[in-house]
Design a protein around this ligand. Structure first.
Ligand code: TPP
Length: 267
């Protein structure tokens, strides 16, 4: 098998705007599936709503397209009774941590054995670029013409403090790293989350940097700094960039294992 066998090529071309990086992430997930030789019959891709929520159209695995913000709840319902399935949940920042924030923290806290891949384009792409919980404070969006007045969420920090047992972040520029992180996250037993910062030149880039996708890609290259290097930076320098790579991994029993023990203790 090759990574292309996990993609429904008959569905191409991709539906996303010119310069959007969702296609790069899609291919990275397919390569990770191929690296792990996942059985498409035992793999489920679950999505919510949004531009990235449309990604389930392109996978030759089982897919489930749920409602906005609820992808992790549907995925939980799929994984708990059918432990043998590999479940990947693909969500945008709006889907995953804004409208879906509550589901995100409870799935992490329960350490349910699945992988969330959250593409963070810092806005609601599909509905016209409204601000989301990850839009940096002061950023310009279609619903914050003079700058957002809210503090933003760091998706990786949220995942770690909520109890996720594997957390990583990459960018569309660091493709090899993205491939490796996604493969490692999918292979990890427990709740794993990979954030992929993504390019949305059509909305976020246009309003904030007057930038095209090439400029945005250069920004990803400069601002994504390997965690070991990032940790050594002065606080003022840290504000200009963000750590990438594996940020957190611990081994802990996942929900299904713990729940089985509870059931056994009753009998
Ligand atoms: C309950 C509910 N609220 C709002 C919407 C409208 N809506 C559809 S997509 C979307 C934004 C998606 O943004 P994000 O998850 O960040 O993904 P992106 O489109 O940026 O990839 C919104 C608000 C909806 N479909 N359902």
């Amino acid at each position: 098998m090759s990574y292309k066998d996990y993609i429904r090529e008959e569905k191409l071309p991709l539906m996303w705007c010119k310069g959007c990086s969702h296609g790069i992430t899609l291919a990275s997930i397919a390569r990770a599936m191929d690296t792990l030789k996942l059985d498409p019959e035992k793999t489920v891709v679950v999505t919510g709503i949004g531009c990235w929520g449309k990604s389930d159209d392109y996978f030759r695995t089982h897919v489930f397209h749920g409602t906005h913000g609820r992808a992790l709840s549907f995925a939980t319902g799929i994984k708990i009774p059918k432990e043998e399935l590999k479940v990947l949940v693909l969500m945008g920042d709006g889907d995953g941590t804004t409208i879906g924030g509550n589901h995100f923290l409870h799935t992490a806290r329960r350490n349910i054995d699945m992988t969330a891949i959250v593409t963070n384009n810092f806005n609601y792409g599909m509905t016209g670029g409204q601000y989301s919980s990850t839009s940096p404070e002061g950023s310009i969006t279609s619903t914050s013409k003079y700058g957002t007045a809210e503090k933003s969420i760091d998706i990786c920090d949220l995942a770690i403090t909520s109890g996720a047992t594997y957390v990583g972040r990459s960018t569309p520029y660091h493709v090899k790293q993205m491939d490796n992180l996604i493969a490692e996250a999918v292979d990890h037993k427990g709740f794993s989350m990979v954030e992929v910062t993504s390019l949305c030149p059509t909305y976020y880039g246009r309003y904030n940097y007057r930038a095209n996708s090439v400029d945005m890609m250069k920004m990803m290259k400069d601002q994504g700094v390997k965690k070991s290097k990032y940790d050594e930076l002065d606080e003022s320098k840290k504000k200009e960039c963000f750590p990438i790579g594996k940020l957190h991994q611990v081994e802990e029993e996942d929900f299904n294992t713990k729940y089985k023990k509870v059931k056994e203790s009753i009998n």
